[in-house]
Write a protein that binds this ligand. Structure first.
Ligand code: GAP
Length: 447
């Protein structure tokens, strides 16, 4: 079975070259590698390299900071990935988490019927088998016996762990609605056509929050979270004209949702989903009440009121968001007559935030340079690079989005000062080593 874009860019995205450039940069500079490459790759799975792992962690940290750490109404959770069939029977995923699968009768490729507009992307044929429902969950067995009783699933979303732990979290955290449970972690979907680099893969990371509210307050909280999540992307540098909100039509809604809006990004192939914000009503808690027989409700001692909260869910993809940040920050420009590639990443997302660059490899500079590095490492993600000319090192740092380079030269031995270079303006200023932490901190505050 061939799947579009398994090894990289595909479709209309290829036309302006941005996708290929970013995919190449990711491979060349150690952001993202095709998985199991030495064995010929493995079906649309990817490994995050030294820079990619930093950047992906930064994306997740920025989300956690805004959704959990800076709030007193949201708490965190890290639930298991392996889960019993009972959860997915109750949630409706066993029955409903399907895509329509068709086979092309001419070339025998398999496709998601709703994505190909009746024409086989491989051979152009319009002769297909009848669509049949294909469940996207990865099924396995827990333990050495493979029978119906040991069937387990890799979670296709992090959300259910937050519903099944609702009562545990309510009791232990002493929160009351409105309050949220947030989780970041891997999810797995046996996508029929994984596509467009890390946009749609079978293994990916989600950042989801379930916000439990009194039912009457659900519409207002939906509006609040939609605006809040839109603002998060803008704050981290996605330009306003590359992001939009699209409300779902009634016939588009998932089986659990009464209201959904997507936050969409202008990907090279057009507008596509970055994050969904849904009003899930009490669908999930009621489903698990029915499935488990447990009481998943809130009892307000003051008013004597007992109710099953409604849920507003902002559901984002960490890997998909990272891709959007890479695409929107990529630029090619000219500096002093020389062309360069640059990622204009917000400093909070940059995989290296400060590069410490001794002008020469000579021993005299090593001690002072390493002292500067040791001073900055607890504060920022740092790189230490002594190879090649300083100009080439600046270009290498620009290409991976490093906002600031700190250069130590022979003058530094005399005056105890270093040069700080800004990625975007390429402006260089001299700064005493004693004042370096304050200088960088003032730049992070103003950027
Ligand atoms: N709990 C609701 C839920 O999972 P979803 O719209 O299916 O909703 C939420 O997924 C987000 O997860 C998406 O907006 C997307 O960013 C990310 N996502 C979903 N499927 C993905 C895949 N196959 N590859 C990468 N990211 C994916």
């Amino acid at each position: 079975m061939t799947e579009g874009g398994e090894q990289g860019a595909s479709g209309p995205s290829s036309s302006d070259g941005l996708m290929e450039k970013v995919v190449n940069l990711c491979k060349r500079r150690g952001f993202i590698f095709p998985s199991a490459e030495i064995y010929g790759g493995f079906r649309s799975t990817y490994d995050y390299g030294p820079l990619g792992v930093n950047m992906l962690r930064n994306v997740k940290d920025a989300w956690w900071r805004s959704m959990v750490r800076l709030r007193d109404d949201v708490v965190g959770l890290d639930a298991a990935i392996l889960s019993p069939a009972a959860i997915w029977a109750a949630s409706g995923h066993l029955e409903n988490f399907t895509d329509p699968l068709v086979d092309c009768r001419q070339c025998h490729e398999r496709w998601r019927a709703d994505k190909i507009e009746g024409v086989c992307p491989n051979c152009g044929s319009t002769d297909f088998t009848e669509p049949r429902s294909f469940n996207l969950m990865f099924k396995t067995h827990a333990g050495p016996v493979e029978d119906e009783g040991t069937v387990a699933y890799l979670r296709p979303e992090t959300a259910q762990g937050m519903f099944t732990n609702f009562a545990n979290v309510l009791v232990t955290s002493r929160k009351r609605p409105p309050f949220g449970i947030a989780q970041i972690g891997k999810s797995f979907r046996n996508e029929i056509t994984p596509q467009n680099f890390v946009f749609r893969t079978r293994e990916f990371e989600q950042m989801e929050m379930e916000y439990f509210v009194p039912p009457a307050e659900a519409p207002a909280w939906f509006d609040y979270w939609l605006a809040e999540r839109h603002r998060w992307y803008l704050d981290l540098g996605i330009p306003e004209d590359q992001i939009r909100i699209r409300h779902h039509e009634r016939d588009e809604l998932s089986h659990y949702s009464s209201q959904t809006a997507d936050i969409e990004f202008l990907f090279p192939w057009g507008w596509d989903e970055l994050e969904g914000v849904a009003n899930r009503g009490d669908f999930d808690l009621q489903a698990h009440i029915l499935g488990s027989g447990e009481r998943l409700e809130y009892f307000d001692q003051a008013s004597g009121e007992r109710y099953v909260p409604y849920v507003i869910e902002p559901a984002a993809g960490a890997t998909r968001a990272m891709m959007a940040f890479l695409l929107s920050s990529y630029a090619e420009d000219e500096v002093a007559g020389e062309s360069r590639t640059v990622l204009h990443l917000d400093w909070r997302l940059a995989p290296t935030q400060v590069a410490v660059l001794p002008l020469s490899r000579k021993e005299e500079l090593e001690g002072i340079s390493r002292r500067v590095l040791a001073m900055l490492q607890p504060l920022y993600l740092c790189d230490y690079d002594t190879t090649q000319s300083i100009g080439r090192r600046y270009r290498r740092q620009d290409e991976v989005g490093t906002p600031w380079c700190v250069t130590i030269d022979f003058g530094s031995l005399e005056d105890g000062a270093v040069t700080v270079r800004d990625r975007d303006t390429t402006e260089q200023v001299r700064c005493p080593i004693d004042g370096l932490a304050a200088e960088l901190s003032s730049r992070t505050a103003s950027s």
